[in-house]
Design a protein around this ligand. Structure first.
Ligand code: MN
Length: 717
């Protein structure tokens, strides 16, 4: 640990960072470059003592990743995130520390990259690769997270040589299957080409060498022809007084390889194509240049493509044509404007290109989203490429989640799907006999909603059967119909038997047995429920029409429970199926209609309603037997207290203004506290009453519109 400071590596890392800052100075403000330097000091300290496999200090790697993004002229927050991208994953530094040092945006970016780093791709199947790509895209809310991840991957690929061969191959395959296609989807050609060539070289070193040698040999013969054509094109364009840049270009090795492999053509057939790019001022000039080229060399029929009128899925625009060149060689030309050329090189990244004194960053982000939306529309108008539509929908409107089975297979489920939906998606039998579940190796309640990238494991038991209560939270048709089917197929005797078992278990919660229930009490309950026999009641329970815990609660002598506590409220019609229960709404999370809720049976206090995401629930504070799936009655007209905190500028009259606006939105203020924050802003803590979530949203929107209000959030203690 206490190693002697090595002057050489210290000098080297100082050189790397000053080189990076030098690049950044060409397009960022001075203060922003200083921020980047501060991030370097922060990162270098965090990674202090860590080394890469090559023996270099670890900080070299994040600086190099940042440099890749600097070449794309990305904004300073992306650069800082790149410098800190491994800090959460590999050092004791937490997201909160990054947030307080560099702000919420940077912290979110670094956190997003860490989450991507945590998921690992195992499968080799093509369909799985596609799902994995979608999962990655669905996981990020800010596309810059992907840009940082791509830069990270690119630098890892550049330094792959030090890895063990098997590891090298795995990373190379992942790069070709996952990351290069994502770079392609986002139109970031510069990164894609390098990722592909490095991936190709690492995965198929022999083929790479053979092809590289063939290209070197062929290049010699080509030179003369190439120069001749180049001169001819330039001369003709000058004659027509069309300002243009003419570039000759070569296909990168991986794309040559893919063509040879997929089209079963020989190297000569692929390689003996001369390719030129003509870059002009505007769209009109593109079509003029095309005319000039078709006049100079005859076009090959059927080979003209107008990607200006109908852009490619990733936004790429250009005119493509193949011509009969001199000596009968085929000649490929691409014609585009400077802007189109920029998009072709950096794609979506072009939207984070830093421009001095321009709009704020979230507007840039909005710009990139807008770009994708435009693409979507263009494609819809063009009427083709359903697949593209499908793909972009995943990015813009994530309506699916992707999770792993313990074997590393990816399952696609609709948004909001729970553990039970997953179990049924795996197999009907797995769903039917599911008793427990683990998400990322932690035991969770069966109603747990799944998120992208999680690994889900289902525990089944022979003889277990689906609970009708699951119908309250499953979202897939498969789960729903299977649970229903199971219920219907129950014969009366079976339903009675199942009902008896469920009721016995529920009575256990209250520490009584069936023998303790008085006949009188049972008769009262049967009358309340309009049932005639105990068996009828057991059928109701077994078929899931009445929650067993509620029935048990109603049967248990509860003098002690009912007389206890003065803060208990009777809310008979607020939660479905809880007639006659004593019910309380927990003060820790203050659920309101619209929030997903859960009931907790508490020994002396009846039923306590919590939000499903309340800390007390997610921390599994209550045993599973005491939990009851409940739902709000539709159309409740009561008022519920809820906490909101409002951060306002420290100005006279702000509190009064906020209070008035809350009142005007038909909400009552039950309590208010002021918490001084600093000289500039105050934090106000309100307890207000609302009817439901929509009402709360309306109140919050109005408060947010007050000019001195900086932020309003719903808070839970
Ligand atoms: Mn990294």
């Amino acid at each position: 640990m206490a190693s002697r400071p090595d002057l050489n590596t210290a000098d080297e890392s100082r050189f790397l960072i000053s080189d990076l800052c030098g690049m950044l100075e060409s397009y960022l403000d001075k203060e922003q470059v200083q921020e980047v330097y501060r991030a370097y000091l922060f990162g270098a300290e965090a990674h202090e003592g860590q080394q890469r496999l090559s023996g270099e200090p670890y900080i070299y790697h994040p600086i190099a990743a940042a440099r890749i993004l600097a070449e794309l002229h990305l904004d300073h927050k992306s650069i800082i995130a790149a410098i800190l991208h491994d800090v959460i994953e590999d050092t004791p530094i937490a997201k909160e520390q990054i947030e307080s040092a560099f702000g919420a945006d940077v912290a979110e970016l670094v956190d997003g990259v860490s989450k991507l780093t945590q998921i690992e791709f195992e499968s080799q199947a093509e369909a799985q690769a596609e799902n994995f790509r979608k999962m990655i895209l669905a996981m990020v809310r800010d596309i810059r997270v992907i840009l940082v991840k791509l830069a990270d991957r690119l630098h890892n690929m550049r330094t792959l040589g030090v890895m063990r061969p098997d590891k090298r191959r795995r990373i190379a395959r992942e790069t070709l299957d996952i990351y290069a296609p994502i770079a392609n989807r986002l139109g970031i050609n510069a990164l894609r080409v390098e990722l592909e060539d490095l991936g190709f070289a690492a995965l198929y070193p022999l083929r790479y060498k053979v092809l590289e040698k063939a290209v070197l040999a062929a290049r010699g013969h080509r030179k003369e022809v190439l120069n001749k054509i180049n001169t001819a094109i330039k001369r003709r364009i000058e004659q027509e007084h069309l300002p243009a840049r003419v570039l000759s270009r070569e296909k990168h090795l991986y794309s040559l390889y893919r063509k040879i492999r997929d089209k079963a053509l020989s190297f000569e057939e692929i390689y003996d194509v001369y390719a030129f790019r003509i870059i002009v001022k505007d769209v009109d000039a593109c079509y003029r240049a095309l005319g000039i080229m078709h006049n100079l060399y005859k076009p090959v029929p059927g080979k003209f493509k107008d990607y200006i009128a109908i852009p490619k899925a990733n936004g790429y625009q250009s005119l493509h044509s193949i011509l009969f060149g001199p000596y009968g060689v085929p000649l490929e030309v691409q014609i585009r404007t400077e802007d189109m050329n920029k998009v072709a090189e950096s794609g979506v990244a072009a939207h984070w290109v830093y421009k001095a004194n321009e709009e704020r960053l979230d507007q840039m982000h909005a710009g990139a989203r807008e770009w994708m939306r435009e693409l979507l529309e263009m494609q819809t108008r063009a009427g083709d490429s359903l697949e593209f539509l499908e793909n972009v929908k995943v990015d813009l409107f994530p309506d699916a989640v992707y999770v792993f089975t313990p074997a590393g297979e990816i399952m696609k489920l609709p948004y909001g799907a729970t553990v039970i939906d997953f179990a049924y998606a795996v197999h009907t039998d797995v769903g039917n006999t599911c008793i427990d579940a683990k998400v990322n190796r932690q035991v969770v309640p069966l109603r747990t909603v799944l998120h992208n990238g999680q690994t889900v494991e289902i525990v089944t038991a022979v003889g277990a059967c689906p609970s009708p209560a699951w119908l309250n939270f499953v979202v897939t048709a498969k789960a729903r119909s299977n649970i229903r089917h199971y219920q219907k197929s129950l014969k009366r005797e079976e339903a009675i038997e199942l009902g008896r078992r469920m009721l016995d278990r529920a009575l256990g919660v209250f520490e009584v047995t069936a023998a303790d229930i008085s006949e009188k009490r049972l008769q009262v309950l049967l009358q309340d429920y309009h049932l005639s026999t105990l068996d009828d009641l057991l059928v109701e329970v077994g078929m899931g029409r009445r929650p067993s815990v509620l029935v048990a609660r109603a049967l248990v002598p509860s003098e002690a429970a009912d007389s206890k506590g003065d803060d208990m409220t009777m809310r008979p019609l607020v939660i479905k199926g809880t007639e006659g229960m004593v019910m309380r709404f927990s003060k820790c999370c203050r659920p309101i209609p619209g929030d997903p809720v859960i009931g907790i049976i508490t020994g002396g206090r009846g039923l306590m309603i919590h939000s499903q995401n309340c800390r007390n629930i997610t921390d599994n504070k209550y045993p599973k037997e005491n939990q009851l799936d409940v739902q709000w009655e539709p159309g409740i007209d009561e008022e519920f207290p809820v906490e909101v905190s409002v951060i306002v500028e420290d100005r006279r009259g702000v509190l009064a203004r906020v209070a008035t606006v809350i009142g005007d939105a038909d909400s009552n203020i039950e309590n208010v506290g002021i918490e001084e924050r600093d000289g500039l802003t105050n934090k106000l803590q309100f307890t207000i009453t609302v009817h439901n979530r929509q009402h709360l949203a309306r109140v919050m929107r109005r408060v947010r519109n007050i000019p001195s209000v900086i932020k309003i959030t719903r808070t839970r203690s």
